[in-house]
Write a protein that binds this ligand. Structure first.
Ligand SMILES: [Zn+2]
Length: 293
């Protein structure tokens, strides 16, 4: 069994005001194909993330009604996460979004929260973020943070908003809340590991890291030295509505991790992942994060 702990299936970019409400409204999405894919690949669970990107970019990655409806259709297989911009366009607390998120998390309509500081041009330790963290902690909902720079245009993700040291006080202030920092906090992975060592409630994932295979191999090696491998999950980060494309992304990632990673580690003289560690990466750690075991 495997768990795709981070993707955006049914969570493509849409302009604000054009949000779809239900998978039935998405002709490219095939629910029966999704069921077959889960069976074929032995997918225990998948986690799909909505990103609120209204503050700077004027739109959403996905939308709450659509992803909540997807989770409701397949509650055993799908976990949907809400997105939030904690600050509005005037740099004030986004009260409307806070109330929406509180309702979604309290009701279980969505089961976690996603913040994207570089995309929203805010710092993770901005006081406006704190009521959102408090809401997540109250509801027992993990907070996923896109806290990595894209090394692309400044408009897309200014690096100053993505430094991982910004998170240690936040994680310490909400000790009962799990914070998962996506993409190993690229490119500040070792800085993130420092935060993870001092804050046992901070996790990370390796999504999108396969594009830098030697760096990924090195970071997993360092994570073992720090004793952090059991807080690292995997996800495809697939963005779109096509089940066949998502299926291909899952297959490509899993095959790479199971066949291509070990030769790199071996070639560098670094320890290979044990069977148990690989199972943790592909399934077990996410299962623990979501309270399945
Ligand atoms: Zn993502």
């Amino acid at each position: 069994m495997i768990i795709d702990g981070h993707n955006h299936l049914l969570a493509e970019y849409v302009r604000a005001g054009e949000l779809q409400q239900h998978p039935d409204e998405v002709p490219e999405f095939d629910l029966a194909a999704f069921d077959s894919a889960c069976e074929e690949l032995e997918i225990q669970l998948m986690v799909t993330l909505v990103q609120d990107m209204t503050r700077i970019h004027g739109g959403w990655q996905g939308g709450h009604p659509l992803v909540a409806a997807f989770q409701k259709l397949r509650p055993e297989k799908v976990i949907g996460l809400a997105g939030a911009e904690p600050l509005d366009g005037n740099d004030q607390l986004n009260q409307e979004r806070l109330e929406e998120v509180e309702e979604l998390l309290e009701s279980g309509s969505l089961r976690g929260l996603v913040l994207t500081p570089p995309y929203g041009n805010f710092y993770a330790n901005d006081p406006a973020c704190y009521p959102f963290y408090a809401a997540a902690q109250r509801a027992g909902a993990p907070v996923f943070m896109h806290h990595s720079a894209q090394l692309a245009s400044l408009l897309r993700a200014p690096m100053k908003y993505a430094r991982t040291w910004l998170l240690d006080q936040v994680a310490a202030d909400f000790p009962k809340c799990i914070f998962l920092i996506e993409h190993m906090g690229f490119p500040w992975t070792e800085e993130l590991f420092g935060v993870m060592v001092s804050c046992p409630n901070v996790w990370t994932d390796i999504s999108m890291s396969r594009a830098r295979p030697h760096l990924l191999a090195w970071n997993l090696t360092v994570a073992r030295d720090y004793g952090l491998l059991d807080r690292i999950t995997w996800g495809t980060d697939y963005v779109g509505k096509r089940v066949d494309q998502w299926l291909a992304a899952v297959k490509a990632d899993v095959e790479w991790l199971q066949t291509e990673l070990a030769p790199i580690l071996k070639g560098c003289g670094w320890p290979e992942l044990t069977e148990e560690e690989m199972d943790g990466l592909l399934r077990g750690n996410s299962a623990r994060l979501w309270g399945l075991e």
